[in-house]
Write a protein that binds this ligand. Structure first.
Ligand code: 26Y
Length: 794
């Protein structure tokens, strides 16, 4: 497409789709017009892919996920369709600012963090690899809350991305599926009919996901909850307006909000309803499609692979059995076998508080037939394995991890360490019974968004050096290695990083009114705020460093900017205190005339996908400092390494694999191993002991306790200080000393010519962390699916 063709398409949509004249168009109108012009280019390859998967009778992958953290879509589509020149040219021609237009798009924040972003990267990679697939989730009216700071405290505001028209979706009123809850069960022999007492409708909305070079496109189908019966005209006519609207409001509640939590089990009926709602709608849709193509349900596992992203869609097991056994008359044991061969399950956490368990009473009330089937599935499992232990039901609760395991033919962890720990801890017994069921699929990230799109400077340098093949064959980045000896390559590598840092510094100055020196180390920790991720350890090190600079302000310190980003779950008190402490520390440090040249703290509010795209290319140092054994994988860690940041990190999650690949000398390792953590926890005095041995740590904790950062309320951080001194479950104190050492090693290395070599090695050796590699792994080890044949470049 030429710039002038693009311009005509934009003008056409401005007038005929948006009903706006050039003279009255706002930035929103232009952005929508551009989006529609780009979307037009998606439709043909998207239809083409659908036609080919039907015509070729290809096996389809169905990815069921409560979260899809897709962020902005316009730039993604432009890049994958190679329309940059056309779009930029058209915008320039129209006198519009291209960057500004792209920034006008709201983030689709339909997820909390890592799990949701992984699902989004997977959707893009499945399209790039021409793997016939469909993502299923919920079309939340309100995505993850918007974070604002008020006196340093986190304030949550509703997110309302759907206040504006969503340019990318196609409403599918004909894809409307009845979903029931509650009611009673009538048993007929071993089968049963379920008569729900409450009904609503799941309506589909389709968003095309286009792969690299537009070779293939899959669909993300998100369900919206609609009332079965519209509003009550009788009541309305009687003047009872609120009551007339009530059934509608109640039904719609189901797809109203994303649960803003990535930690604790929400004992909430609404969440269980959301889970059943989207899972049941998706399964019905999948079976309908299958039955339109094939007439033998036994072939379901050959033609469909259904992936459960964590346990959130775990009700898929019993629901699929119910559809096959109760509704289609298949023998129970056979139905379980078919369901299991179709389903697989990804585990994303070992933290006990994040493993879902549902009260049997609640489950029985909401899903009476499913609870009966869960008991039978359990009995069958006991019979088959000769086990005497009831696995999926315990203490009046249904354990969704165990249920998912029993109902899946493959269960995967998301990094080598995590998978290993799964076998040894949460699923130890089940693993012994089914030793080949657990497999590892280390996470990955899409290089289109996380390098090509977010870091144009580094991308151009890479393409000029080794050609363009890396974009969908990321391991080609290895070809950069010989150039790391070349001083002109290294200079350009450093210049790209520097320019990214200057851009970020300008944004900090303009948007946050904080000035930072781009010569400083840009030290970044961005992720959800959680005790196990240990933002507070990073803060303690910052405070200790600050105190040391104050003691000796003229010692020639290496300047640093500590950058934090992340949201705390609204009900997670400790995490919210960490948010506030970060802001309070920033206030004191940034205004300290003795030290602020050397040390600043920046905490931009409302961390999201788009902010990550801005921060990661400008980072020198990536903080991956979780307590070993607690972070299942991490994916931010991969994005940083790929963009030439060095990691300071523990042997946790995928850090282990990153360090192996980029080599130990290009990684700042510190801290205890997972085994050492487990061992040390047995010693109840671990925190006190560590504090006694490290005067810097003792002083930093005392400074927090003293009220230095909250003079107007000196006791504000006693909670944090006490937790660290007495409890410290996540071993902040015991790891602090080594963390400090590693940070000083960073100071020593930064600014030296070798730093750029180390950074370039990180980029050159991170190719394995492409989500293309991950998806190939799932296709081979779990889904038994193949890419569509004969896909050529568009
Ligand atoms: C139960 C419910 C409230 C809940 C909701 C969301 C529980 C968990 C979550 C989200 C978990 C999550 O994001 N886990 C992260 O998954 C990433 C992708 O695999 C990992 O990289 C990361 O280590 C893990 O914490």
């Amino acid at each position: 497409m030429t710039p002038s063709e693009m311009k005509n398409a934009i003008l056409h949509h401005l007038v005929y789709t948006l009903g706006k004249d050039v003279s009255t168009a706002h930035i929103y109108d232009w952005r929508m017009a551009l989006s529609f012009a780009v979307r037009d280019q998606i439709v043909d390859p998207w239809f083409g892919a659908t036609r080919r998967s039907y015509a070729g009778k290809l096996k389809r992958v169905y990815y069921l996920s409560m979260e899809f953290l897709i962020g902005r879509l316009l730039k993604d589509a432009i890049i994958n369709l190679r329309l940059e020149d056309a779009a930029l040219g058209a915008m320039n021609d129209l006198g519009l600012n291209y960057e500004q237009i792209l920034e006008d798009e709201p983030d689709a924040a339909l997820g909390n963090g890592g799990l949701g972003r992984l699902a989004a990267c997977f959707m893009e990679s499945m399209s790039t690899l021409a793997c016939p697939a469909m993502g299923y989730g919920i079309r939340y009216e309100h995505g993850l809350f918007r974070q604002r700071f008020e006196d340093g405290r986190q304030v949550e505001e509703p997110e309302d991305w759907l206040n504006q028209r969503h340019a990318w979706e196609f409403e599918r009123p004909e894809v409307a599926i009845d979903i029931g809850f509650g009611g009673h069960v009538q048993e007929i022999g071993k089968r049963a009919n379920w008569y729900p007492s409450e009904m609503l409708i799941a309506m589909g909305h389709d968003t095309p996901v286009i792969g690299w070079k537009g070779r293939w496109g899959n669909t993300l189908r998100l369900w919206e909850a609609r009332p079965m019966h519209g509003f009550d005209l009788q009541r309305f006519n009687r003047g009872d307006y609120a009551a007339a609207a009530e059934p509608e409001a109640l039904a719609r509640t189901l797809s109203r909000v994303l649960y803003p939590d990535d930690t604790t089990e929400q004992g909430k009926e609404l969440r269980l309803k959301q889970e059943f709602f989207f899972t049941a709608a998706s399964l019905r849709d999948i079976l309908r499609r299958f039955e339109s193509e094939y007439n033998d349900l036994k072939r379901l596992p050959q033609k469909a692979a259904i992936q459960m992203n964590d346990t959130h869609p775990a009700i898929a097991g019993p629901e699929l059995v119910r559809l096959l056994h109760d509704e289609r008359g298949m023998d129970f044991e056979e139905a379980v076998g078919i369901a299991r061969n179709t389903l697989s399950y990804t585990n994303h956490t070992l933290l006990p508080e994040a493993l879902e368990r549902w009260d049997e009473g609640l489950m029985g009330r909401l899903l009476p037939r499913h609870l009966q089937l869960i008991y039978r599935i359990n009995e069958l499992h006991m019979k088959d394995t000769g086990s005497r232990k009831v696995t999926a039901v315990e203490d009046g609760h249904v354990k969704m991890g165990e249920l998912s395991f029993i109902m899946a033919h493959k269960v995967n962890g998301v990094s080598a360490l995590h998978t290993d720990l799964m076998k040894k801890t949460v699923f130890k017994d089940l693993h012994e019974q089914h030793p080949t069921r657990i497999v590892n699929e280390t996470n990955g990230v899409t290089p289109r968004r996380w390098l090509l799109s977010c870091n144009p400077r580094l991308s151009s340098l890479i393409t000029e050096t080794i050609g363009e093949g890396w974009v969908d064959n990321l391991e080609q980045l290895e070809r950069l290695e010989p150039h790391i000896k070349d001083s002109s390559f290294l200079e350009r590598f450093a210049a790209a990083k520097r320019a990214n840092k200057v851009d970020l510094a300008r944004w900090f100055a303009d948007d946050l009114k904080i000035s930072v020196d781009p010569e400083s180390i840009f030290d970044v920790q961005i992720k959800r705020i959680h005790e196990y991720k240990r933002q507070h350890m990073n803060l303690l090190e910052t405070i200790a460093h600050w105190l040391e600079i104050r003691d000796n302000p003229n010692a020639g310190w290496v300047p640093r900017v500590k950058i934090f980003g992340g949201k705390a779950a609204p009900g997670y008190v400790f995490a919210k205190e960490i948010v506030r402490l970060t802001n309070d520390v920033a206030k004191v440090l940034n205004s300290d005339p003795l030290t602020s040249r050397y040390l600043k703290v920046v905490y931009p509010p409302n961390y999201n996908v788009s902010l990550a795209e801005r921060l990661i290319p400008a980072a020198d140092l990536s903080e991956q400092i979780s307590t070993a054994g607690k972070e299942a994988s991490g994916t931010g860690n991969m994005k940083f390494a790929l963009n030439g940041a060095l990691t300071i990190g523990t042997l946790d999650g995928a850090n282990v694999e990153i360090r192996d690949l980029v080599k130990a000398e290009n990684f700042f390792l510190f801290g205890m191993t997972a085994e050492e953590v487990m061992e040390r926890r047995k010693d109840s005095g671990h925190a006190a002991e560590a504090i006694a041995k490290d005067s810097r740590l003792a002083r930093a904790i005392e400074t927090v306790r003293s009220g230095r950062f909250s003079p107007e309320e000196p006791g504000r951080y006693h909670g944090i200080a006490d937790n660290l001194t007495h409890h410290d479950y996540f071993m902040v104190c015991s790891d602090f000393t080594d963390f400090w050492r590693a940070q000083r090693e960073v100071d020593g290395a930064f600014g030296k010519p070798n730093w750029t070599c180390m950074a370039a090695y990180n980029t050159a050796r991170s190719g394995w962390f492409s989500s293309d590699r991950t998806i190939r792994g799932y296709m081979a080890d779990i889904w038994n699916a193949a890419p569509a044949p004969e896909v050529e470049d568009a």
